[in-house]
Write a protein that binds this ligand. Structure first.
Ligand SMILES: NC(=O)c1ccc[n+]([C@@H]2O[C@H](COP(=O)([O-])OP(=O)(O)OC[C@H]3O[C@@H](n4cnc5c(N)ncnc54)[C@H](OP(=O)(O)O)[C@@H]3O)[C@@H](O)[C@H]2O)c1
Length: 221
């Protein structure tokens, strides 16, 4: 049994990570701002009341985790605010940068001491953070924040290699969650997380720092 920590665990893709990890017998630490009936129904350790963009709150989380060993850390929480050139919202751009890029980097840094050699760090990014794949423009804040997360992930892969920690930079596909108003053209969280966990299982020092689609495709930067 391995010990996994998942952020954004109360709903969407994070909740599904918790469900599937429990189903296969792993121990799960589910981090969220507020728990949900769906999360409460799972046999997981809930760490609620954690606002990931607040330094005091994440310090409280690391204090609560004192003595834990984490074999897998899945930094999944994120926000999407759609905006184009005409409705650019500088505060929204800053907020997405803070939650989607800066918060996971800072949390990764504070959790690394709990991660033994052989452990894995998964960052939930988006294909929207691929410069080469950007054929539709727009989505300024979200795209900028995910590019920033991607480059942080690549540096983390290099910096954590000597500690034996491998890093995956993962796109879940278009997934029917609240983030995309449950768009029916998305795949189910079940299908997405099956693929994402296959990527995390296959993650090793050799392929650390790769940007993958949940379906196994390597994505361009
Ligand atoms: N769905 C897609 O099609 C899609 C595509 C590409 C990438 N992604 C990425 O996949 C990840 C999960 O997305 P999702 O679809 O599951 O989204 P979601 O259903 O909107 O869930 C987002 C999760 O992040 C949490 N969160 C947001 N801001 C937070 C903060 N400041 N502090 C703590 N928790 C916070 C939310 O908690 P609250 O309930 O408290 O708000 C929620 O648990 C995100 O990083 C997203 O960018 C999703």
């Amino acid at each position: 049994m391995a010990n996994y920590l998942v952020t954004g665990a109360n709903r969407g893709i994070g909740l599904e990570y918790c469900r599937q990890l429990r189903q296969r017998g792993e121990r799960v630490i589910a981090v969220c701002r507020q728990t949900s009936p769906e999360l409460d129904a799972l046999d997981v350790q809930r760490e609620a009341g954690i606002e990931l963009s607040d330094a005091a709150s994440t310090a409280e989380l690391t204090k609560r985790l004192d003595g834990e060993q984490l074999n897998g850390v899945i930094l999944n929480a994120g926000i999407l605010q759609s905006m184009g050139l005409v409705d650019l919202d500088p505060e929204g751009i800053r907020r997405q940068f803070e939650v989607n890029a800066l918060a996971p980097l800072l949390l990764a840094r504070s959790l690394v001491p709990l991660m033994p050699p052989g452990s894995k760090l998964a960052l939930m990014t988006s294909r929207m953070g691929s410069i080469e794949d950007n054929s539709s423009g727009g989505s300024y804040g979200y795209r900028m924040s995910k590019v920033a997360l991607n480059i942080a992930g690549k540096s983390l892969a290099i910096d954590l290699a000597p500690r034996g920690i491998a890093v995956a930079i993962l796109h879940p596909g278009l997934v029917r969650t609240r983030m995309i108003q449950f768009n029916p053209s998305g795949i189910s969280p079940e299908q997405s997380v099956r693929g994402l966990l296959a990527r995390i299982d296959a993650l090793s020092p050799v392929n650390s720092g790769t940007f993958w689609h949940a379906n196994g495709e390597v994505l361009p930067w």
